[in-house]
Design a protein around this ligand. Structure first.
Ligand SMILES: [Cu+2]
Length: 138
């Protein structure tokens, strides 16, 4: 007698379909999950022919600066070279101008007057020194 060996081929149709759908770069879209509060620092600068006081600001990467500018005489401008920050300061007694700026890279940023204000206009400038944020996790 001959037996028909029905080759039991286990149909290995294993569903290898479920290749884990790994999220690619799924960070930073924190939606409604409260984000870490950014540090904010207020800096008051006075402008007058032909200087800013203070003329040197030291800060760290990621710190948002709220820069409040007041003129002690005529209208001036405040521009941070290499950024899109450029605002006009009203004349003395007409209030102040405020701009926020968050440096994303360390380095030296020059700021300068951007409204022609007189003979010394070209020398009316200062520097913002930005250093890496300290990683002092306390
Ligand atoms: Cu000027």
């Amino acid at each position: 007698m001959r037996m028909r060996s029905s080759s039991v081929r286990s149909a290995l149709a294993l569903s290898v379909v479920c290749v884990a759908a790994l999220p690619v770069g799924g960070t930073g879209q924190g939606g409604a999950s409260g984000r870490a509060p950014e540090p904010v620092r207020t800096i008051d600068i006075t402008a007058e022919r032909f200087s800013f006081t203070p003329s040197e600001i030291r800060t760290t990467v990621g710190t948002t600066l709220e820069i409040r500018l007041t003129s002690d005489d005529t209208a001036h401008g405040f521009r941070i070279v290499g950024t899109n920050v450029d605002i006009e300061l009203p004349k003395r007694g007409r209030g102040r101008a405020t701009v926020t700026f968050t440096p994303e890279r360390a380095g030296r940023y020059t700021f300068e007057c951007s409204r022609l204000c007189g003979a010394g206009h070209d020398f009316m400038r200062g520097v913002m020194v930005v250093s890496e944020a300290d990683k002092e996790a306390r």
